[in-house]
Ligand binder design. Structure first.
Ligand code: SDX
Length: 429
């Protein structure tokens, strides 16, 4: 990409740094030599103005509400494609041909079973453990089973590990759900599509045949597409940082699962539904909006706001449309939670506070209502997010590992602690 030079003065020193332009979006000032030239670090907690890497995978324009996977708008992929096609696109950079898609689908499908010993691994966990706790544990445990795909220097092993992770996340997620409700695990079936297989593993019981609802399967597949990747968000950055040390991909993805769990990130879908339930009725909305605006109240409208989107999250619009499709399939005319969500969105989007701070609904605002209507418990919402985001995590991890300039991530700090001082013996304190 093109580069120019930017100069700025620091005290009586003038510093010149390369300015690099990407293909689209903001340019970057390459400060990698700043410390060597000035003895100073940059300071950017939360990385609000920091690009951590070069990437070709996902582009977000927060002001315009644009999200592209390898250049393709999310709305087009959600409308015309399926989730495994999106996985292929994120991994390899191009939409697959019919032959490539058939081969990719076949290979992923035949990695959906987990080692039978994993069933015993679950027995060591409490039945009332949060499914995300089970996912952190079981995804990390995959590195204890698949030793033949942990050598990250071997491109074939990297590919096998990527396929295993994309394929086995739904199986582990369904096992986490079944374990939490005391039902037997349901094995994947190779003739089913990715989302349909997951629905069956979650909701089938051995005593009767399970009928796939095609509207639910299509809706879930689209939800997976919406959640697949999102540039250098907190959990993706966690996966990249873990991977930069050479840790195996299963351990790196487990680290991403752990980070995603937080309510400020992937846990927001669970938190948003709990918030809508707590609000309960449209009449209660003003009270909660007032709390969200009160600086002295830590309450925030969950599912609102975003570090990058200062416009409507393009995924939220598609999520809202999917929500209506699922509710009408169920014959639900007026879901009280949806009524609260739509009225809350209307009030917030016309409120000066939210307008001034550019707070719009994000993907988590409508996903919870949709997943609840499909029969998933609130505790499984972030698990579904992790299933989908594994494709983005592993694509970003692969891009980092294959970058010849890749090195271990090791930020510095502004030290504000005690200057050097001598040890005080115990009897002198
Ligand atoms: C995801 O990064 C990604 O791409 C994430 C994600 C992905 O796909 O990977 O998109 C998925 O995590 C979506 C976000 C889900 N989180 C939530 O819905 C939780 C509620 N939202 C917030 O906590 C918040 O908006 C964040 C965490 C999402 C973004 O926080 P920022 O960018 O650090 O912004 P901030 O906290 O500095 O807020 C800016 C201002 C503050 O007011 P001031 O201090 O400037 O006066 O906006 C206010 C905040 O108080 N604010 C909110 C608010 N979000 C921000 N006020 C009320 N309700 C909210 N939801």
């Amino acid at each position: 990409m093109s580069a120019t030079t930017g100069s700025f003065s620091l005290g009586d020193t003038t510093v010149s740094m390369p300015v690099k332009a990407g293909s689209i979006g903001p340019s970057v000032v390459d400060i990698s030599k700043l410390y060597a030239q000035t003895g100073m670090f940059t300071f950017d907690p939360g990385f609000t103005s920091t690009a951590s890497c070069e990437s070709e995978i996902t582009y977000i324009d927060g002001d315009e509400g644009v999200l592209l996977y390898r250049g393709y708008p999310i709305a087009q992929l959600a409308e015309h494609g399926d989730f495994l096609e999106t996985c292929y696109l994120l991994l390899y950079g191009e939409l697959p041909t019919a032959v490539q898609k058939k081969d990719f689908d076949y290979r992923i499908t035949r990695h959906t079973m987990v080692h039978e010993q994993m069933a015993r691994f679950f027995q060591g966990l409490r039945r009332d453990a949060h499914p995300m706790a089970i996912m952190v544990a079981s995804v990390g445990a995959l590195s204890a089973f698949y030793h033949d795909s942990t050598d990250i220097s071997d491109p074939r092993q990297r590919m096998v590990a990527s396929f295993r992770l994309i394929a086995k996340m739904p199986t582990l997620a369904a096992m986490a759900y079944k374990y939490s409700i005391g039902q037997p695990f349901i094995y994947p079936k190779n003739e089913l599509g990715y989302a349909a297989n997951f629905l069956r593993m979650c909701f089938a019981v051995p005593t009767e045949d399970y009928k796939i609802n095609p509207v639910f399967a299509r809706a879930l597949d689209r939800i997976f597409i919406l959640h697949a990747d999102h540039e250098q968000n907190a959990s993706t950055s966690t996966v990249r940082l873990a991977g930069s040390s050479g840790a195996n991909p299963f351990a790196c993805i487990a680290a991403g699962v752990a980070c995603l769990w937080g309510p400020a990130h992937g846990g927001a879908n669970e938190a948003a539904l709990k918030m809508l339930t707590e609000i309960g009725t449209v009449d209660n909305i003003p009270k909660f909006v007032a709390r969200a605006k009160d600086k002295n109240d830590p309450f925030r409208l969950m599912g609102f706001g975003h570090r990058v989107y200062k416009n409507y999250d393009p995924r939220a619009k598609i999520m809202q449309q999917t929500c209506h499709e699922v509710l009408s399939e169920l014959g639900i005319k007026d879901d009280p939670l949806l009524d609260v969500a739509i009225e809350l969105e209307r009030i917030a989007l016309s409120d000066e506070y939210f307008i001034e701070k550019k707070l719009y609904p994000n993907i988590d605002f409508y996903s919870g209502i949709t997943l609840k209507a499909m029969g998933f418990p609130v505790s499984m919402f972030t698990v579904l997010f992790a299933v989908a985001r594994t494709s983005g995590w592993i694509a970003q991890w692969k891009e980092m590992i294959e970058d010849p300039g890749q090195k271990i991530g090791r930020p510095r700090q502004l030290y504000i602690g005690a200057p050097q001082r001598d040890y005080t013996p115990l009897d002198k304190r």
